[in-house]
Design a protein around this ligand. Structure first.
Ligand code: SAH
Length: 448
C-alpha cells in the first residue's frame, strides 16, 4: 500500500485519457500531471485510492528529450491545455497511441500503428473562446478555470486563441467594471455576467460575441456595442439567458442586441451560417482535413442516399451532398437545424433534408418509413451512440459507416457493437484538432 506524503522513484510509462502521466509503483498506477513518458522521476503521493494513486513529480532524474520549456506562462495552473511541457511530436505520438489502444483493447482490433493528421500550428487555432467571469474585491475579471476546479486563472493572452477573442474579453471586462455590472457568483446564484463567449470565422473573420447572463437585460448595451466595433470583424452581440444553477455555459433563450445573431464562415468551399448555440469544430483547418478524409472514406456515388447523424449545422451533410443522390441530416438542437436548413439554401443545395430530434430515434423512424441509406455518417458527442442508433444502423445495413468521434473509448465500444452486427473495420485514423489539449478526434470507416 502506498503512503500519502511519501516519496517514491518510478518511470513514467504511459498517459491517461486526460493527458496525465502514468507510473507503476509497487503494482499501483500513479497518475502524474506534467509528466513525459520515459522519464525517471521522484514523486510524492498526494492521494491514495483503491486501485490507483495521484502524485506529483518532485524531481526529474532522467529527463525525456521530448520535454520542453512551457511557452505559456500559466500552463501549469490553467485547466485549458495539458501538453505545453512536451514537444508536439510526443503529443501526436501519445494521441495516436490512445486511439490505437482503445480500438485494440475495447474494439477487439490488432492495429500495430495508426496514422494521425497532425496540425500545422499549435497557436491561435481555436475559433471559439469561453471565458468564465468572476469578481475579486468588487472588480470583475475573466480567465479560465484551474483543472478540475472553479478557481480562476487569469491570462492576458491565451496562445491557442485568436487575438480578437482576448481583445473582446478586455473590452467586456472594462465595460462591466465601469458600469458596475456584477459578475455572477455561482455559490450565491447572484450577479449577472457568467461567461463571455466569442466565435470567430477563420475565413470570414466575422466575430460573434455572446454574453451568458443570469437575467434578460444588459444596461448600457449600446455603449458596449460601440466599443466592440473596435474589434476587427465584430458582427453580432447576443445575450444568452442562463438563469439556471450549474455548469452549462449557454441558456436556451437568445436575445440579439446587434447584428444578425450569427456569423458566417467558409468550410470546404461552402458557406455556413453559425449561431451561438450551434456546434462548429473549433479548429477550422484541421476540421477541413478531417471532413475531406471522411468523404474520401465514405466512397459515395451519385446513386447513394447518405444519412448524417449528429449533423450540427450540416457541415458534413452538405459537403457530401454534391457527390450523393440525396443527403439527410439529423440533429437535436433546433437552432443548429435552422442553421443547417439555411446553409443548404445559401449554397443552392437541393438534395438535402434535415430533421430535428434524437439521432437514434429519428433514424429508427426514417427506417420504419422506408427510407434507405447506402452510407451513414455518425459524429456523436463524447458518450457515443445509444442503443437506438446502433439498432438503426443495423437495420439500415448501409454499405459503409463513417464514424467521426471525439472519444476513443466510446468509439471503440461502438466499433465492437457494430462488428457484432456484421461490420468490419476498414480504416482508422486519429486527427489532432486540439493541439496542446488532451482531447483527440478520430475517424474510422466500417464496411459491411
Ligand atoms: N457533424 C457536425 C456536428 C458534430 S458535434 C460537425 O462536424 O460540425 C455533435 C452534434 O450532435 C452536436 O451538434 C450536438 O448538438 C448533436 N447531438 C447531441 N446529442 C444528440 C442526439 N441525441 N441526437 C442528435 N444530435 C445530437
Amino acid at each position: 500500500m502506498l503512503e500519502k506524503g511519501k516519496i517514491y522513484e518510478a518511470v513514467v510509462t504511459d498517459y491517461t485519457a486526460e493527458g496525465q502521466g502514468v507510473a507503476k509503483v509497487e503494482g499501483c498506477a500513479v497518475f502524474l500531471p506534467n509528466a513525459v513518458a520515459g522519464e525517471r522521476v521522484l514523486l510524492r503521493i498526494e492521494k491514495v485510492g483503491k486501485t490507483w494513486a495521484a502524485g506529483k513529480i518532485t524531481e526529474i532524474l532522467e529527463r525525456s528529450p521530448h520535454r520542453i520549456n512551457r511557452e505559456c506562462p500559466v500552463a501549469k495552473l490553467c485547466g485549458g491545455c495539458d501538453f505545453w511541457h512536451m514537444d508536439y511530436e510526443e503529443e501526436c505520438r501519445l494521441k495516436a497511441g490512445r486511439v490505437r489502444q482503445a480500438l485494440n483493447r475495447i474494439g477487439g482490433e490488432a492495429l500495430e500503428t495508426l496514422p494521425i493528421l497532425s496540425a500545422p500550428t499549435c497557436h491561435g487555432y481555436r475559433n471559439k473562446a469561453q471565458y468564465p467571469v468572476a469578481s475579486k474585491k468588487g472588480r470583475a475579471y475573466a480567465g479560465f478555470f484551474r483543472a478540475g476546479t472553479h478557481t480562476m486563472v487569469e491570462n492576458d493572452r491565451c496562445l491557442i486563441l485568436p487575438e480578437e477573442a482576448d481583445r473582446v474579453k478586455e473590452i467586456v471586462i472594462d465595460y462591466v467594471n465601469q458600469y458596475h455590472i456584477p459578475a455572477y457568483d455561482e455559490t450565491a446564484h447572484k450577479g449577472l455576467l457568467r461567461h463571455i463567449y466569442v466565435r470567430r470565422g477563420a475565413v470570414s473573420g466575422q466575430v460573434l460575441v455572446c454574453l451568458a447572463v443570469n437575467g434578460r437585460r444588459l444596461l448600457h448595451g449600446e455603449e458596449l456595442i460601440e466599443r466592440l466595433k473596435a474589434v476587427p470583424g465584430f458582427t453580432s452581440l447576443v445575450l444568452s439567458v442562463n438563469t439556471r444553477q450549474g455548469n452549462t455555459v449557454l441558456g436556451d433563450e437568445f436575445i440579439t442586441l446587434y447584428g444578425p445573431g450569427y456569423i458566417e464562415d467558409t468550410l470546404c468551399g461552402l458557406n455556413f451560417r453559425l449561431s451561438a448555440r450551434s456546434f462548429y469544430q473549433v479548429n477550422h483547418h484541421q476540421a477541413q482535413r478531417l471532413y475531406e478524409a471522411a468523404i474520401a472514406q465514405a466512397g459515395i456515388t451519385k446513386d447513394d442516399t447518405v444519412l448524417d447523424l449528429y449533423c450540427g449545422v450540416g457541415t458534413i451533410t452538405l459537403i457530401m451532398a454534391k457527390a450523393a443522390g440525396k443527403v439527410i441530416g439529423v440533429e437535436v438542437i433546433p437552432q443548429a437545424v435552422e442553421d443547417a436548413r439555411d446553409n443548404a439554401k445559401r449554397n443552392g443545395i437541393e438534395n438535402a433534408e434535415f430533421f430535428c430530434g434524437d439521432a437514434g430515434e429519428a433514424a429508427l423512424e426514417l427506417g420504419a418509413k422506408g427510407v434507405k441509406a447506402d452510407v451513414v455518417v455518425v459524429d456523436p458527442p463524447r458518450k457515443g451512440l445509444n442503443a437506438d442508433a446502433i439498432e438503426a444502423l443495423a437495420r439500415f445495413a448501409p454499405r459503409r459507416i463513417v464514424y467521426v468521434s471525439c472519444d476513443p473509448a466510446t468509439l471503440a465500444r461502438d466499433v465492437a457493437l457494430l462488428k457484432d452486427r456484421g461490420y468490419r473495420l476498414q480504416n482508422a485514423m486519429a486527427a489532432d484538432l486540439f493541439p496542446r489539449c488532451a482531447h483527440v478526434e478520430s475517424l474510422v470507416c466500417l464496411s459491411r
